[in-house]
Design a protein around this ligand. Structure first.
Ligand SMILES: [Zn+2]
Length: 409
């Protein structure tokens, strides 16, 4: 089976994860795909294929060379985003896309138009796998799984290709931020790895945000407004004052590329108590630390002005830019770029404005940049992927494996 056939099979299996669940996996349906993958891996000859109690799937393709080659891992996630239904995914192939509107669902009047999605124009003449307009497609990240599985099958049916030990890892619950909570890095036993969880063909990512949350608790002092002069402290207005001191241009809606931000994610309040919840993000570690220091200064300023204990700031680091963990292994990025160029794929190195499983893995001791899957418009009914992108990404993985082997002594 090629990557496309595998992909079309995997997307019909519902693996939607769910927010706010204590156990991992957050939904039991994820085991359906996990069990199928173990079965398929065993049928290919991956004898140690297994799924553990937290729904992590692992397996090994043994080395075919005696050369000293780093053990290379490939990781993708099985779950799909909780926001849109992933049940009853009914994919359709639009042959030889002509550049016009694509009618996804006649009854519901769902149309995907290049006016709204100009990137469609990059796929003229290609076969596109689309949804029926009622669910997501699940290319995020079943495309990654299909491509890794196609690579595995290719290597196992072509033992004449020299390569080192390859480890495969499929994770649950990435979309609810828990994809690496129970990842057994030591057991996985790879020296380095790639997540295959990116976007359009050619995307290659090794930088993501440094991320913190800032919770601001404001204490007011309520008193009858009729006799409030000189006494009332209105927590809502103090919270408002706090917010007004943050730079307005450093909000998500005014930033892009490497520009960081303060994002007011939630606020609530009464006269006695108010609460602000911010996401703080910056690729640059120094600027990230400055942003947190500035929040501290604003809190200190308001405490000096209105009395100690008026504002309590709680800063919690969430994750860091994987760049500092990848830089000592930059060959991972360079080698992936070269592999792309050899396949006439134009590499596009872009900073992720978020985090990935790979950034967590990188800090857990497994340097792990992110490769493209070829998918577009993830997390919604307009998600699509071209057959060419699927197959080219699978070829890319094989090429990366070959180039790794060529590095060996
Ligand atoms: Zn993903």
């Amino acid at each position: 089976m090629n990557a496309t056939e595998k992909f079309l099979k995997y997307v019909t299996i519902d693996t939607r994860s769910e927010e706010g669940q204590e156990p991992v996996p957050s939904t039991n349906v994820q085991f359906d795909l996990a069990n199928l993958l173990v079965e398929e891996m065993k049928a290919m000859g991956i004898s140690d294929a297994r799924v553990d109690g937290h729904c992590y799937v692992y397996g090994t393709i043994p080395a075919t060379t005696d050369k000293a080659v780093p053990t290379l891992g490939f990781v993708a996630h099985m779950d799909t985003a909780p926001v849109v239904s992933g049940k009853g995914v009914n994919p359709r192939i639009v042959s030889c896309y002509d550049g016009g509107d694509i009618l996804l669902n006649e009854a519901a009047g769902v149309v995907m138009s290049p006016v709204e999605f100009p990137r469609l124009k990059n796929y003229l003449g290609e076969d596109l796998i689309v949804t029926d307009g009622t669910t997501l497609l699940g290319a995020d990240d079943k495309a990654g799984i299909a491509e890794i599985m196609a690579m595995a099958e290719h290597l196992l049916t072509h033992p004449e290709i020299p390569h080192g030990t390859i480890r495969l890892g499929f994770t649950p619950d990435e979309e609810v931020g828990r994809g690496t909570d129970f990842f057994d890095v030591a057991g996985f036993g790879a020296d380095v790895a790639y997540t295959v969880d990116g976007g359009a063909l050619g995307e290659l990512e090794y930088e993501n945000f440094n991320a913190a949350s800032a919770k601001v608790y404001v204490k007011g002092s309520s008193i009858h407004p009729g006799s409030a002069k000189g006494k009332l402290k209105n927590a809502i207005l103090l919270a408002y004052e706090f917010h007004s001191m943050l730079p307005p241009a450093e909000r998500p809606e005014y930033t892009e590329g490497y520009e960081g931000f303060y994002h007011l994610n939630h606020m609530s309040g009464e006269v006695e108590d108010a609460f602000l919840d911010y996401l703080v993000r910056d690729h640059d570690r120094e600027k990230f630390e400055e942003k947190k220091a500035y929040l501290t200064r604003v809190a200190d300023y308001l405490n000096a002005k209105y009395g100690a204990g008026t504002v309590r700031l709680e800063l919690t680091d969430r994750y860091y830019n994987m760049k500092e963990k990848i830089l000592p292994h930059m060959y991972l990025v360079d080698l992936a770029k070269e592999a792309m160029e050899e396949l006439s794929i134009t590499p596009q190195v872009i900073p992720i404005r978020g985090g990935t499983d790979g950034c967590h893995l990188s800090y857990m001791g497994l340097p792990c940049p992110n490769l493209c899957t070829g998918g577009e418009n993830s997390h919604g009914k307009y998600e699509f992927i071209s057959v060419r992108s699927l197959e080219q990404t699978a070829n890319l993985l094989v090429r990366i494996v070959e180039k790794f082997a060529a590095m060996g002594e």
